[in-house]
Each structure stands twice: as structure tokens, then as C-alpha cells.
Design a protein around this ligand. Structure first.
Ligand code: NI
Length: 395
């Protein structure tokens, strides 16, 4: 691995000892990854790390989550929230890192080990140089299953908060580069299961059936016309059918067939359009083939849409910490989902992409068994998020 030089101004915010402890925290979390809703060791480890930094206003929330309150310096000033997600993925690690996963088949393949560590680092920096208002540092469980953010909101922990900031490591950008822009940043994610029910028959007597396999084939093709014929071509959108299931033997027409898929969009309007069209086509294609359709929507996450003021505060923060040239455009919108979207439905704020590629390093996608963010990105994330809180609470 190449060595990265973290901008000296950022590194100087931490003592040698603090930097070493943050790296140790991150490596320990990386070596002991835990799946969504199972982050008990992670929760306890973060509590220990925060207490060791003198932060003891800690509260367990949302099951395996945690919130640390860092007092501000101006009574009554707006309260700001920072969020780091903490869960891992069911992936067998192949990074070869010396602190690779000790948990067989579980891996921090999305960098949430770094996100948790940079949230702890931001808490440390805010304790030393407070924001005007109190800052709530939220360690959120279960991002990967799209459930944790809603649970945090339901807990009431963020009631009365003015704005929220969070970020994601990204190896498309070098360490020291930051994306902080208004508008869509990541896509909505909605999964569906469609069951088509007809009438089974002998494969040699199709006229006695209402064949759900033929209907399924027609529906898979019809669903592909949503993005190509119904959605404004200037709007990104995805309809993927990833699973089809029907039948028990070559010569039997089954009673029912099932398809499962996912829908992605970057605005509430295009999301509504695509979801509505999946419903409409399912029922109308089913009717055309004398079948009945049942459509069930599973995990539903809105698009991540940064507010104008949230993005402006984040840009100011990144420019203060790293210089204005560090703020770079996103380029192509990421069609992956991210449950930070639930916070942004309720609160102003900004979700940032934090560069995590060593100079000359390889672009590796998150969720790859070889994914590893450059370690120094944790200092950048900590410093930029802490500054976001300072800027937003005085704005
Ligand atoms: Ni992630």
C-alpha cells in the first residue's frame, strides 16, 4: 500500500497519541466486524473509546446504536447531528490486511469501520473546540439493511436537531478530496416481489391452463420499458429483475410464478413514477394473460437528496479544513442506496463522499471483498464532519 500524506493541517488537529488510538480503534472494528443489528461488541468498543477521550454523555439508542452528546459553547444555539454507520456485510474478506476480519464470512467491505472511527474522532475534536450548539454524534446500526436510520429517528434522539451530516468513504476520489453538493447523491432503493397466479395443467394441454410462466416472461420484458419509454431520459433510473422462480418439472405448467427485483431512482418524482409503473404493468400484463398479480414492496429507502443549505455548510466546512480546491464534483450519480436518506427527508443536511484512494491506488468498489479505504481518510472525515457541525450551528 502506498503511504498517504494527510494534509498537515488536518493531521495537526490530533496529538500523536490521539491519532494512534483512532487508528487502533478503526483496525479493531475492522478485525471484528458485526452484521446489522448484531453490533453489540462494536457498541461497547465505541463506548470505551469515547470514554477514554473524556466523552461520557453517552446513550444507547436503536438497539445496538449509540449517541454521544458534546456540549456547545453558546447556550440555546442550534443542535447539530453527525452520523457514522457501524455495521458490516456478509462477505468473506480478501484484502490481505494485517487486521483483516477475524469473523469468518463477515467483513467491513463498505468502510463503516472508518465511518464509526471518524465519528469518534469528530466527537474528540468537538470536545476540544466546541460548536456553538450541542452536537449529537450518532453511531447508527443496520445501515446495510436500510433499517437503522428509521430506528434512530423513531427513538426521538434527533428531535429538535437543526441539521445532520454524514459521509461515505469512496475510492473513486483521492484522500483529501471531498464531494459536498446539493441535490441527489445516491438513489432510492425499493425491492419488489411479484407473484403471478394462474391455473396449472399438463404441459401437453396448455389450453387448459392459465400459464404464469408465459405471463412472467412478458412481464419481465414489459418492466424494461419503464426506464426506456416512460422515464424522462435525462433522469437516471433502474429496474432490475434479479430472481425468477416457477415450476417443478418440464412437462407441468405451474400454478404460479414469482419474480423479484429492485428499483432505483434519484428523485422522489421519478421514484414514484417507476414504482407506480411496476404496479400498473404487473396488473395489466397479468390481466392480459388471464393471471392474477400480487405485488409486495419490501425494503424501501428514499433517494439521498442533500438540501441547499446543508450542502453549502458542508462545502464551507471542507474548504475551511482542506482548502476550496478539495471540494470536487460527484460526477456520475451513485445508483446504490443509503439509509441516510431517511434523515434528509426530515432534516436539512448533507451526505458527503470522502476520498479514500491512496495516490496512484486502485479504484475498488465498496462491497468488494478487496475493498479497503485508505486509513488516513478517517482523519479527513473526522475533521470535516466536526467542522460541518461548527459551521451549521452558527449559521
Ligand atoms: Ni456503506
Amino acid at each position: 500500500m502506498n503511504t498517504v500524506v494527510v494534509p498537515r493541517v488536518v493531521r495537526a488537529l490530533f496529538t500523536e497519541d490521539e491519532a494512534a488510538r483512532l487508528i487502533e480503534l478503526r483496525r479493531d472494528l475492522h478485525a471484528h466486524p458485526e452484521l446489522s443489528w448484531k453490533e453489540a461488541r462494536t457498541q461497547a468498543r465505541l463506548e470505551d473509546a469515547l470514554r477514554a477521550s473524556g466523552i461520557d454523555d453517552l446513550r444507547r439508542i436503536a438497539g445496538t446504536g449509540l449517541v454521544a452528546r458534546i456540549p456547545g459553547r453558546v447556550p440555546g444555539a442550534p443542535v447539530i447531528a453527525l452520523r457514522g454507520d457501524i455495521d458490516a456485510l456478509p462477505i468473506h474478506e480478501a484484502t490481505g490486511l494485517p487486521f483483516a476480519s477475524h469473523h469468518e464470512g463477515v467483513m467491513h467491505a463498505c468502510g463503516h469501520d472508518v465511518h464509526a472511527a471518524w465519528a469518534a474522532g469528530a466527537a474528540l475534536l468537538l470536545q476540544r473546540t466546541p460548536a456553538d450548539g450541542d452536537v449529537l454524534v450518532v453511531f447508527q446500526p443496520a445501515e446495510e439493511v436500510g433499517q437503522g436510520a428509521s430506528r434512530v429517528l423513531d427513538s426521538g434522539a434527533l428531535d429538535g436537531v437543526r441539521a445532520i451530516f454524514g459521509g461515505h468513504v469512496d475510492r473513486r476520489f483521492e484522500v483529501g478530496q471531498v464531494v459536498a453538493q446539493p441535490g441527489p447523491l445516491a438513489a432510492s432503493s425499493d425491492s419488489f416481489t411479484i407473484t403471478l397466479t394462474g391455473a396449472g395443467a399438463h404441459g401437453a394441454r396448455p389450453h387448459e391452463s392459465a400459464d404464469p410462466v408465459v405471463g412472467l416472461a412478458a412481464l419481465v420484458s414489459a418492466l424494461q420499458t419503464i426506464v426506456s419509454r416512460r422515464l424522462d431520459p435525462a433522469q437516471p433510473g433502474v429496474v432490475t429483475v434479479g430472481m425468477v422462480q416457477a415450476g417443478t418439472a418440464p412437462n407441468i405448467i405451474p400454478e404460479s410464478a414469482e419474480l423479484r427485483g429492485t428499483v432505483r431512482a434519484t428523485t422522489a418524482a421519478s421514484r414514484d413514477l417507476i414504482v407506480g409503473e411496476v404496479d400498473r404493468l404487473s396488473f395489466s400484463v397479468a390481466a392480459a394473460y388471464r393471471l392474477e398479480a400480487n405485488v409486495v414492496w419490501g425494503q424501501r429507502t428514499p433517494p439521498v437528496v442533500n438540501s441547499a443549505d446543508g450542502a453549502a455548510w458542508a462545502r464551507e466546512a471542507a474548504a475551511t479544513v482542506l482548502g476550496a480546491e478539495s471540494v470536487v464534483p460527484l460526477g456520475t450519480t451513485n445508483m446504490g442506496g443509503e439509509d441516510f436518506a431517511f434523515y434528509l427527508e426530515r432534516l436539512p443536511g448533507c451526505f458527503l463522499r470522502i476520498g479514500a484512494r491512496e495516490p496512484g491506488g486502485e479504484v475498488i468498489a465498496a462491497h468488494s471483498p478487496r475493498f479497503h479505504p485508505a486509513e488516513d481518510s478517517l482523519f479527513i472525515g473526522a475533521a470535516v464532519l466536526a467542522e460541518c457541525a461548527r459551521v451549521a450551528s452558527r449559521a
